[in-house]
Design a protein around this ligand. Structure first.
Ligand code: HSE
Length: 400
């Protein structure tokens, strides 16, 4: 029997216990041995909960128990998760986590400590919730040189944008409704400002390069400035607006960013709606492949954590390879990246806009007192210079 402990009995932690219990026949068979949740660490007590007798408040009970071989860290945040994870790995206990903040901030160090102590640090649930994406990058696409990853990696913002598109509603009212229904956090900043997607693309970019892409180096823009009017224009162009997290290698230079983009309705990511996530991966032999599913939620995320538990159970005392070195990747500044931009200006700025941007595709939509267009391909730097000269209402990047 393999003893397991769960750190944090919140949404994902309780999901982990539920998945291990409900699917025990399948999971034990696939693990090759029976798994048993011996401890649940939480500050709170859970009177009446079927697992209340497993709840402990002192992490040392778990770390000092040599029977515990696998730990699920579902606490989130850096403190005290970083300290608990490090101590668990140093004690030779594998850790499986959904904690993207911790993986993005300390991934290479924790993987190295795990391998030095003949155990593993696995993080399938940290990106894309229940969607298998870490394992495909580590195991399945090993014959590929991956040169681009583009994802819809945040369910909250995708839900908001999908609803804005469908109902013609404004950002604020959709966010408020999403919060009331429990789809968005009371403090939605990490989601709507793109920080959550930023950490996730930092993890995927690191696995793509095998080196460390620091999330703080990634240009990140959220969806708070996207309006119902933007969707009117998008509809007129047969496009939609999605928050994309991107990572690309072009001629040996690495680019990564999180930003709202206009994408064609025929783009595979345009069909990813509501809380669903998807990751679009380009490999030099395979071409495009896409991974789609529930990017958040108790059981989908817990399922990904438990898939890592099964992997650890199959590899007790052995290293599961993961190429993510400490060496920091230098990202090329966003101002050098080239693309088209969708631009809105006041109607009386039409002449200035034409003079500044010269060649453009005018966008006709039923919006009074405005002139809107898509620019030619230009660098962000060139665009910013021209936009500043004209004085624009807004711009959205256009995905090719
Ligand atoms: N807040 C995240 C989202 C949860 O909305 O996608 C999953 O990481």
């Amino acid at each position: 029997m393999i003893q397991v402990a769960v750190l944090g009995y919140g949404t994902v932690g309780s999901g982990v216990v539920e998945v291990i219990e409900r699917n025990k026949t399948e999971i034990n068979k696939k693990s090759g041995e029976e798994l048993n949740v011996k401890y649940i660490l939480d500050l709170r007590d859970f009177p009446g909960d079927p697992y209340e007798d497993k709840v402990v408040h002192d992490v040392d009970v778990i770390l000092n128990d040599s029977e515990v071989k696998i730990i699920c860290e579902t606490m989130g945040g850096l403190k005290p998760a970083y300290d608990f994870t490090k101590r668990a790995l140093l004690a030779g206990k594998s850790v499986c986590t959904s904690n993207k903040e911790l993986v993005a901030a300390h991934g290479p160090e924790l993987i190295r400590i795990a391998h030095e102590n003949q155990c593993n640090y696995l993080f399938e649930a940290s990106v894309g919730g229940g969607i298998p994406i870490i394992r495909p990058l580590n195991y399945s696409l090993t014959a590929e040189k991956i040169d681009a990853i583009t994802g819809i990696l945040n369910g909250t913002t995708n839900y908001i944008l999908s609803k804005m598109e469908r109902e013609g509603a404004d950002f604020d009212s959709v966010l408020k409704e999403a919060q009331e229904k429990g789809y968005a956090e009371r403090n939605p900043e990490a989601d709507v400002e793109g920080y959550d997607a930023c950490r996730k693309i930092a993890i995927l970019s690191s696995l793509m390069t095998g080196k460390n892409v620091n999330y703080e180096d990634i240009y990140t823009e959220g969806i708070t400035k996207i309006t119902a009017t933007d969707f009117l224009y998008a509809k007129a162009m047969n496009k939609t607006v999605k928050l994309l997290a991107q990572s690309k290698e072009v001629d040996g230079k690495y680019y990564a960013m999180v930003s709202p983009f206009l994408i064609g309705k025929d783009h595979p990511l345009a069909m990813v709606n509501d809380v669903f996530n998807a990751v679009f991966v380009h490999g030099n032999m395979l071409g495009d492949s896409m991974y789609y599913g529930k990017g958040a939620g108790k059981l989908p995320t817990a399922s990904a954590v438990v898939s890592d538990v099964v992997d650890c159970a199959r590899h007790i005392g052995k290293t599961i390879m993961c190429f993510w070195d400490d060496e920091r990747v230098t990202l090329t500044g966003i101002e050098e990246a080239s693309r088209k931009f969708f631009v809105r200006v006041a109607a009386d700025k039409e002449k200035e806009a034409i003079a500044a941007f010269e060649s453009m595709a005018v966008v006709e939509a039923d919006v009074p007192s405005e002139f809107a267009f898509i620019t030619d391909v230009m660098t962000e730097k060139e665009f910013n210079e021209k936009a500043e000269k004209v004085g624009i209402i807004s711009r959205i990047r256009v995905e090719a």
